[in-house]
Design a protein around this ligand. Structure first.
Ligand SMILES: [Zn+2]
Length: 319
């Protein structure tokens, strides 16, 4: 079953907050809660508004867990930190390093401004949700997480930390075996439930990305929290989702390799793929998607052992 349209209860203890485009997930213990995901900036004021409506006080959220350091997954964090007294922010070491770099944050701000405008234009947020400019040129992290660590919520819940690279080098996933909850962020790419469409996102490695998905699928979770567009409830639906993600990614990769074999340059392939994603979501400009598709083409070439020349062309009949 697909869960959408936050605020929405996925289980009595797990809530989807924010918007469909940029959900954050609140896991509630008896006395305290943890938020997974850091959203775009506009999710800060929106989530605070949602919590207020749910009767949840600002002292309840003790941890905000960053899944990875991409601009649409961190920009609400400073707003939440300011709102929740004593809250701790958790992330991988690689993510923390990115978030400490003023240059990265300057770029994140630009992307965030664009996304705020897109969400406002689409009527997904109101003027009240426009985030104030960041006071600092870094996003601080209080606790570094790595493979095998645990994140506890009260005494009752213990999330295991899994390093799941491929989408980014700093990507983490979180599994709570007792509740059957799995938070995977962008590990399976950008999924649009209505057309049942995946934009695979193996930006830092095809093989690592596929291995991460297989590893996550093998956990047999009953609830899957994606960081865009939906959460999925029910073990058979979660299994089917992972199967779909693997098949779509493999198909995407094979298409890139076969188009290169047919004489199309990396730039042409990326241009076409980027246009196709842009046709489905206009949250960011066309060239953003084309640039990111350029990374996918590069990773597919690398995995297939194809060596493009300086024009991005692959010799027919090459490796
Ligand atoms: Zn991402």
């Amino acid at each position: 079953m697909l869960i959408k349209d936050p605020p929405a209860a996925i289980t009595p203890r797990l809530w989807m907050l924010g918007t469909n485009e940029y959900p954050l997930f609140l896991f509630k213990g008896e006395r305290e809660g943890t938020i997974f995901e850091g959203g775009v900036g506009a999710m800060g004021p929106l989530v605070l508004e949602q919590l207020r409506a749910m009767g949840i006080g600002r002292g309840f959220v003790k941890q905000v867990v960053i899944t990875h350091a991409h601009p649409d997954h961190v920009m609400a964090v400073p707003i939440l930190r300011e709102a929740f007294p004593g809250v701790k922010v958790l992330a991988s070491e690689a993510a923390a390093r990115t978030l400490a770099a003023a240059k990265a944050i300057a770029f994140f701000r630009q992307v965030d401004d664009t996304l705020t405008e897109s969400l406002a234009r689409a009527g997904r947020i109101t003027e009240a949700h426009r985030p104030a400019p960041l006071a600092q040129d870094r996003i601080a992290v209080d606790r570094l997480l790595r493979e095998g660590d645990t994140v506890s919520v009260d005494e009752g819940a213990l999330f295991r930390v899994l390093e799941t690279p491929g989408h980014s080098e700093c990507s983490l996933s979180f599994h709570e075996p007792g509740a059957g909850v799995l938070v995977i962020s962008d590990a399976t790419g950008y999924y649009l439930p209505d057309p049942d469409f995946w934009w695979p996102n193996y930006f830092t490695g095809y093989e690592a990305y596929m291995n991460s998905i297989r590893r996550l699928a093998a956990l047999g979770a009953g609830v899957l929290c994606l960081s865009h567009n939906a959460a999925i409830a029910g073990a058979p639906a979660v299994r089917a989702y992972f199967d779909g993600a693997l098949a779509a990614t493999q198909q995407y990769h094979e298409r890139i390799v076969s188009e290169a074999g047919a004489g199309r340059s990396a730039r042409e392939i990326a241009g076409q793929l980027g246009s196709e994603v842009y046709a489905r979501t206009q949250l960011l400009p066309l060239d953003f998607f084309q640039k990111n598709c350029g990374l996918l083409v590069k990773q597919s070439f690398r995995y297939a052992g194809l060596e493009p020349d300086e024009h991005g062309n692959v010799q027919r009949g090459g490796a």
